[in-house]
Design a binder for this molecule. Structure first.
Ligand code: SF4
Length: 336
């Protein structure tokens, strides 16, 4: 249990955090707010003292996403916005590869990851040695790495991509064949969107691979007028059963633009809560698959990180320079 002693839900804290609670009241019961509010209040105070910003991925819980984050979004948005901050300290409320990406783009800043055990099944599915073997097997074929990879892997590839820009990145290389790693399902989805031949690795997201096409059809049978929007890390039969496929940022835009009456978001569960908090006219049907790595980040360990300025993300300089080049090449690709 992290040390949060001395924090209590006082009338002053209740009043100060009321505007934040207004934003999350659809998804956080009133009985739970007294547990979150003192932490939210103290984190927001300490951010000013430390000149810190908190970057939160769309899969973070609502008390983090709406309560303390300064910048929210998918991996692409977080990577891009990380370059714009003039804060001295960046706290990454997400998983380890995201914190590494923030450090690559801000080498002079202190980058904190509140729990170093917040990993990712995709990032862990491939090593730098695997990439070198792929290059030997497919000489001259460019290699694209999903940002869900370690800095060691990013250092070995030609360019990075996210689910939001993967097709544009692949086509920007001007090659007839491209190796795309580590997500097999994202690579298969990209292959349906381009004439470039895609060679895939067999990594999977442990959250998205659990969804099935049968599950989607079952939800359609139970709910009228259900619009299904799915993340491209899902298996192909899920994407075939969906009405729309896109990154988490494109899912957010889809709901904001179309305002469907009822939506099934086929992605990590907290994302539906975060979008639901801002979309009162839409009913969200939740097939709840949680990412155990994302859920290692809590208000308590964010506060602990800000107090101690630990754990810090470090990357060996010889790896960082090459990995940074792969991320910066991605950021230079223009969206369509
Ligand atoms: S949801 Fe999947 S891809 Fe995202 S961090 Fe968790 S395991 Fe990795």
């Amino acid at each position: 249990m992290r040390d949060t002693t001395g924090l209590a839900y006082t009338p002053d804290i209740a009043a100060a955090t009321q505007p934040i609670y207004e934003r999350v009241k659809r998804v956080i019961p009133a009985v739970e707010w007294p547990f979150h509010a003192p932490l939210v209040h103290e984190i927001n105070r300490l951010k000013g003292e430390r000149n810190a910003v908190i970057l939160a991925h769309n899969y973070q819980t609502p008390e983090i996403f709406h309560g303390v984050a300064d910048i929210v979004g998918d991996s692409l948005a977080l990577a891009a916005r990380a370059t714009e901050t003039d804060a001295d300290v960046i706290v990454l409320a997400g998983v380890h590869f995201m914190a590494e990406t923030a450090k690559l783009l801000n080498p002079a800043k202190t980058v904190l990851i509140p729990d170093t055990g917040a990993g990712c099944s995709l990032a862990e599915s491939i090593t730098a040695a695997d990439v070198r073997l792929l290059r030997e097997r497919y000489p001259g074929v460019p290699v694209v790495a999903y940002v869900n990879t370690s800095a060691d892997v990013k250092a070995e590839v030609d360019i990075c991509c996210t689910s939001g820009n993967a097709v544009e990145v692949v086509e920007s290389l001007g090659a007839p064949r491209v190796i795309m790693l580590p997500d097999e399902y994202l690579a298969k989805y990209v292959a349906t969107q381009t004439s470039v031949e895609i060679i895939a690795w067999k990594g999977h997201c442990e959250v998205h691979e659990r969804f099935t096409g049968d599950e989607i059809r079952e939800f359609r049978g139970r709910f009228d007028e259900l619009i299904v929007i799915a993340h491209p890390e899902c298996p192909p039969d899920v994407l075939e059963a969906a009405d729309f496929v896109g990154s988490t940022a494109r899912m957010v835009d889809f709901v904001a633009d179309r305002r469907p009456p009822r939506v099934l978001m086929v992605t990590e569960c907290s994302m539906s809560d975060n979008v639901a908090a801002a979309s009162p006219e839409t009913e969200f049907v939740r097939p709840c698959n949680l990412c155990p790595h994302m859920k290692k980040i809590t208000l308590a360990n964010i506060l602990d990180s800000l107090r101690t300025l630990e754990p810090q993300v470090t990357i060996a300089p010889e790896v960082a320079d090459r990995a940074r080049r792969s991320v910066e090449r991605m950021l230079a690709v223009k969206p369509r």
